[in-house]
Ligand binder design. Structure first.
Ligand SMILES: Nc1ncnc2c1ncn2[C@@H]1O[C@H](COP(=O)(O)OP(=O)(O)O)[C@@H](O)[C@H]1O
Ligand SMILES: O=C(O)[C@H](O)[C@@H](O)[C@H](O)[C@H](O)COP(=O)(O)O
Length: 164
């Protein structure tokens, strides 16, 4: 039996995490998990009102995500997770729970992100929260072994690169 895998596609809001994660999950035959689907209604309403999450608000979300991925793994299902990964302490929780995990981070310039977020229909996250996303983003330590990706590339080019 092979060990179920976890790949996390990280990046600030609008960087293309969900788009790439869906493609990668399809290509590998893994399950796609969208971190946004696991926010509480209160957290979503908070962001929709233009207020960034605090770490205390993120905590139960992270715990829920870890629990959900464990359930997939217990059923021998590998996962591609689209999750922003802004906070170092939360990234460490994932690494502790899933030591074999593989993290990729999409880098995109702010101007392009604003354009993308404004194009996105019916999403709870307003583009006005982008500055707070960059403020919350903590640098990656060497031991985190994060692969940086140029998120300005097309989704297909990114997929090809990741599958190499
Ligand atoms: N590589 C890309 N190049 C151009 N546009 C993209 C790319 N990836 C995603 N998009 C578009 O940008 C918007 C945000 O993408 P999404 O995958 O929802 O980002 P995230 O999950 O990081 O918030 C969507 O409208 C999506 O179609
Ligand atoms: O603040 C955070 O910890 C996360 O960034 C989180 O708030 C996430 O980014 C939103 O759920 C928006 O969703 P998208 O990143 O999919 O736009």
């Amino acid at each position: 039996m092979t060990t179920p895998q976890l790949i996390i596609i990280m990046g600030v809001s609008g960087s293309g995490k969900s788009t790439l994660a869906v493609k990668l999950a399809n290509a590998l035959g893994y399950n796609f998990v969208e971190a946004d689907d696991h926010h509480s209604a209160a957290n979503k309403a908070h962001m929709a009102a233009g207020k960034p999450l605090t770490d205390a608000m993120r905590e139960p979300w992270i715990e829920q995500l870890i629990k959900h991925i464990r359930q997939h793994h217990q059923q021998q299902q590998s996962v591609v997770l689209a999750y922003s990964g802004l906070r170092q302490q939360h990234r460490a929780k994932f690494r502790q729970a899933f030591p074999q995990l593989n993290c990729l981070f999409l880098e995109v310039a702010k101007g392009q992100l604003i354009e993308r977020m404004n194009q996105r229909n019916a999403h709870f996250m307003p583009a006005s929260l982008l500055d707070s996303q960059f403020e919350a983003l903590e640098p990656f330590a060497a031991e985190e072994k994060i692969t940086l990706l140029d998120g300005a590339k097309t989704p297909d080019a990114l997929l090809k690169e990741v599958l190499k």
